[in-house]
Design a protein around this ligand. Structure first.
Ligand SMILES: *Cc1c(COP(=O)(O)O)cnc(C)c1O
Length: 387
């Protein structure tokens, strides 16, 4: 972990990642896939170093390195590495750091892509995976097999029910590396490296990009672990494009105002929905009714723009709602200016059996909502109208 920075996070977000910018105020896009090598000796130096900014863009790129520098700064990490998507980043953490015969512990509630990586690719590569209830801090510790468990992979708040993993307890577990998918919280909402975790991952496609026009992922960690992951990533080839990295840097500059607006709107909508009889339950980490509200308040600075709620009318009511809203649009993603709603039981989780749905914490009438930047009163009227 780095020393305490002189400026607050909101100020650093505006200026971070400009060390290769010369006098340009805005991030500079370097689309070049390759760079002229002045001498053979410099070429050899770049070919054998980690993430050279001006050698060949699969190894490193000035715009991408700028985005990595900004994320490392925001997370208080020694280094970061950007990827072509959040899944590119998660693959590099799991497959770049684990080998055949290793054991990984993760939680049952996970982003669907991450879950498929653990259920499909990991067994194929001989990596054993144990699933625990992520909200049970003792279960993480109990699942560790000394000498065999190399990685604990958590996601908090987690898809789709916004369950919280206790980062202090996770960070205190000795032995394996601790990685946290912090996408829902963003670097402004929580900083897992400060609680003793080793690796933080983001799908920057979501709140960091923030405008639904960037596909990007990033990992922040110690220089040593980033170098290990870079060694895998340069062969995996899931590199971030300089255009997407510039989109990530643009998003970071407005993350503070966006996330505060979204957090305030989500709280207001969650409170109002909780008071409606047609809704049987609302999950929002910022509400006292969330079963882990105290923990969320302790480890998160902002509760974020995501909430879930359950409709009394079940499957039919869920499908009707997501087709009946005008402002809230039916699309998978989160963290952008447009408010999006999803009905997991008929879309992302349609292949699950009823008991599997229940284990994932998804009801037939569960709606996930990513609150955007519209007027929250309009959004509320839109939802209540569609009910
Ligand atoms: C979207 C998402 C991912 C995957 O990111 P992509 O950019 O779509 O590859 C991983 N984790 C979480 C929590 C996500 O929301």
């Amino acid at each position: 972990m780095n020393d305490k920075p002189r400026w607050s996070a909101d100020t650093r977000l505006i200026r971070a990642g400009r060390s290769l910018n010369d006098t340009a105020l805005a991030p500079v896009i370097w689309p070049s896939s390759t760079f002229v090598t002045p001498t053979v000796a410099e070429g050899r130096e770049m070919a054998t170093s980690v993430g050279p900014p001006k050698f060949y863009s699969r190894f490193g790129n000035p715009t991408v390195n700028g985005f990595e520098e900004a994320i490392a700064d925001m997370e208080g990490a020694e280094a970061a590495r950007a990827f072509g998507s959040g899944m590119g980043a998660i693959c590099a953490v799991v497959l770049g750091l684990c080998s055949s015969g290793d054991h990984v512990v993760t939680q049952r509630q996970l982003y669907a892509g991450t879950q498929m990586l653990f259920q499909g690719a990991c067994p194929r590569f001989g990596i054993d995976v144990t699933y625990v209830d992520g909200t049970d801090a003792d279960a993480w510790e109990a699942a560790v097999i000394p000498g065999k468990t190399v990685l604990l992979f958590a996601e908090t708040p987690a898809n789709p029910r916004l369950d919280i993993v206790d980062l202090e307890r996770l960070g205190a577990i000795k032995g394996p590396m601790k990685a946290v998918d912090s996408t829902f919280a963003t670097p402004l909402g929580q900083r897992p490296l400060e609680t003793g975790c080793d690796i933080v991952v983001h799908s920057a496609t979501k709140s960091i990009g923030g405008h639904n026009d960037v596909t990007l992922g990033v990992v922040a960690s110690s220089r040593e672990l980033i170098e290990w992951m870079w060694g895998f990533a340069v062969l995996q080839g899931a590199v971030a494009s300089p255009y997407e990295a510039a989109g990530g840097l643009r998003g970071l500059r407005t993350l503070g105002v966006r996330l505060r607006h979204q957090s305030a709107s989500a709280r207001l909508i969650a409170e109002q929905l909780e008071a409606d009889k047609r809704i049987t339950g609302v999950r929002y980490p910022g509400l006292p009714s969330h079963p882990q509200h105290d923990l969320a308040a302790r480890q998160m600075d902002l509760s974020g723009g995501l909430l879930t709620f359950d409709l009394a009318g079940g499957l039919e009511a869920g499908q009707k709602l997501v087709e009946g809203t005008e402002i809230c649009q039916l699309a998978t993603s989160l963290g952008g200016p447009e408010t999006l709603v999803t009905h997991p039981a008929s879309t992302t989780h349609v292949n699950l059996l009823p008991e599997e749905l229940e284990a994932a914490g998804i009801g037939e009438g569960t709606i996930r909502m990513s609150v955007g930047l519209e007027d929250p009163e309009d959004l509320l009227a839109d939802i209540l109208g569609a009910l």
